[in-house]
Design a protein around this ligand. Sequence first.
Ligand code: SAM
Length: 272
Amino acid sequence: MADKLRVELTGVPETLLWNLYHRAAEARRPDGLLDDPRAVELVDAIDFPFERFGQPAMAQWHALRVLCFDRAVRRFMTAHPGGTVVALGEGLETQFWRVDDGRVRWLTVDLPETVEVRRRLLPDDPPRRRTLAGSALDLAWTDEVDADEGVFISTQGLLMYLQPDEVRSLIVACAERFPGGTLVFDAVPHFMAERSRRGGMNPGAAYQAPAWHWSLDPGEHRKVLEYSPKISGVRDLPYPRGRGLLRIAPLVGRIPLIRKLRMPIVEVRFAA
Ligand SMILES: C[S@@+](CC[C@H](N)C(=O)[O-])C[C@H]1O[C@@H](n2cnc3c(N)ncnc32)[C@H](O)[C@@H]1O
């Protein structure tokens, strides 16, 4: 077997390994929801003590989350053949290979330490698939986006780690620079962010994820709409159907006692 790549990340960049570990665990299951052989290959190619993360108990939930993003990207690709997907904070996501239609252009933007790892494991394939090293917040990446055929911005697992004013500025800048575009993000509800800041999300576990700073409750659309008059629509996307108890995942938004507990996945549309 070829030598594994030793990966030493800390803080927020390290969380990408947590996500990858869960996606790969779901993809390994014979009854798994996620068809993602590359995620499995990546985990097998990386020298990192994944056992620190414990049992991948959240694997199915991670799969439902990324499948919801995949559906949104596919809708965009159908409406905008040859359009550009910008994946901010993409980590070691392998979404491109799950959804590629042979035409989409893909720009990954992540911090330099993460991009160094990504480039070694998932080398660029220009002109359709490129990676930029830098913070999503410094906006240099916006100059690299070919917006002629439409733009879809995905921020999966990123905004909750940013400060509220950073999230607002980023969304406002995207609305201004990409008229007619779409941004999809996932968020944590306020109670979860508060608990994470008290260090209580994963009591007793060997791994403690960094605290979440920005949060949004399901249905809290007005807050996002008020960021900018260039935002024309905001809606929660339904999770796909899972197995077992998560069979009801698409309906959770309609069940009174639990609907406020879910992590919303939100689509933001920019005025043309
Ligand atoms: C929880 S991981 C999510 C990775 C991937 N999107 C996924 O869902 O598996 C957070 C990611 O955000 C990246 N990140 C953190 N701060 C960032 C910033 N200011 N700009 C761009 N990426 C950032 C980290 O390097 C990491 O890849």
